[in-house]
Design a protein around this ligand. Structure first.
Ligand SMILES: *Cc1c(COP(=O)(O)O)cnc(C)c1O
Length: 374
């Protein structure tokens, strides 16, 4: 019996995406083997962290890198690195801090990724300050905030959560910050491109290990070596409750190595086959309108969108609840539920699971339609 079975935790079919709430990603045997092997022995963990950091840094085109528990920890540590640096007294005082400790964030980047971004900034001793509004900010507003002083860094978010339209882009932000002598920190939690932010001039960038890279629950920060030293220095302070062990480090490195050697064409073909299974299986269901849907931020990610025809006889939230409540539970992507759409993400699905999703959606839609008529 597995530990999950012992606990009575029910396995679910994840058609929602690489969602933390459903366990992030599944781990390859290369990753679990690396974790098990690292877990069975001892090593000098500080030395292992430095070596892993150097290895990751090469992949990012950065000077150095630091392994964290996730991107949220990475955000707090990046801020701590620019606010307290390696000074032992300042490190021990966080989250209390002295100026310069303002962290500028574009209005559209003040996101909640499951927790408020702002709060991660405050944990690291930063004073978050919005530039512009939620739906519009200008380079002139950013320059004015920078000129007002006491700014430790600008924090830029690359994410589908963030509002990017009518916001200065990263090169513009880097340019303005550089003129003010202020570093730019990037939250690239779910991004796949390891080099883009550093190449654009970011001083530090934070990633999740368990999202695009399909690693264990983990993350890393890459960038300037003095600031990575600043992240490392927080182990004597706020970094302690964000501690990673040797098995996490080993799993993350194995995942990044596997990711570098993946075959994007084969992966796309696999995803296309799953999308086709879903479209073919669900296209003929009465009341459902099914089509291919490209991700707004990353059009290479194609999902299956589902909406209801007016004659459906039931509401979309009912279908979502029925899919979760049945056997096996099926979780769909509900980011656009308020707009009357749900989405199936092919990435976490195995071909056999896609067949089960088709069966469950057909059954539940038929049952709800029938119940609606009674
Ligand atoms: C997921 C996410 C985070 C948090 O990352 P964790 O690795 O779960 O800590 C932060 N920012 C953005 C934009 C995210 O998508």
């Amino acid at each position: 019996m597995s530990v999950l079975e012992t606990l009575g935790a029910v396995p679910v079919i994840n058609a929602g995406g690489r969602l933390t709430a459903l366990g992030g990603s599944t781990l390859s045997t290369a990753v679990t083997d690396a974790m098990a092997e690292a877990g069975r022995g001892y090593c000098d963990v500080a030395d292992l962290k430095r070596r892993a950091g150097a290895w990751i840094a090469v992949r990012c085109g950065a000077d150095d890198a630091y392994v964290t528990t996730g991107a949220a920890a990475g955000i707090a540590l990046m801020v701590a690195a620019v606010v307290a640096g390696t000074d032992p007294v300042r490190v021990a005082s966080l989250p209390d801090s002295v100026e310069p400790n303002r962290i500028l964030i574009l209005g559209g980047h003040m996101i909640d990724f499951g927790a408020p971004l702002e709060q991660m900034v405050r944990m690291g001793g930063g004073r978050p300050l919005a530039v512009g509004s939620v739906n519009r900010a200008t380079a002139a507003e950013l320059r004015a905030r920078l000129a007002a002083g006491a700014v430790a860094a600008v924090l830029f978010v690359r994410s589908h959560h963030a509002f990017q339209r009518d916001m200065p882009d990263l090169p513009t932000v880097v340019d303005a910050a550089r003129q003010a002598g202020v570093p730019v920190l990037v939250d690239a939690a779910a991004e796949e491109d390891l080099r883009a932010s550093i190449a654009a001039g970011a001083a530090l960038v934070a990633y999740s290990g368990g999202k695009a890279f399909e690693g264990p629950t983990s993350g890393f920060v890459a960038g300037r070596s003095d600031l990575i030293d600043g992240c490392r220095a927080q182990e004597a302070g706020i970094g302690r409750p964000m501690k990673v062990g040797k098995e996490t480090i080993a799993g993350l490195v194995a995942a990044l190595a596997a990711h570098a050697h993946r075959d994007p064409a084969a992966e796309e073909a696999r995803r296309d086959a799953i999308v086709s299974t879903l479209i073919e299986g669900l296209g003929s269901v009465d009341g459902l309108r099914v089509d291919r849907e490209a991700d707004e931020a990353r059009p290479s990610i194609v999902r299956v969108g589902m909406a209801l025809a007016p004659e459906a006889g039931f509401a979309l939230p009912e279908l979502v609840a029925a899919l979760r409540g049945g056997t096996p539970p099926v979780y769909v992507r509900t980011h656009h539920l308020a707009e009357g759409r749900i989405t199936l993400d092919p990435r976490p699905l195995e071909p056999a699971e896609a067949e089960v999703v088709v069966r469950r959606v057909r059954e539940e839609a038929a049952r709800l339609r029938h119940a609606g008529r009674d």
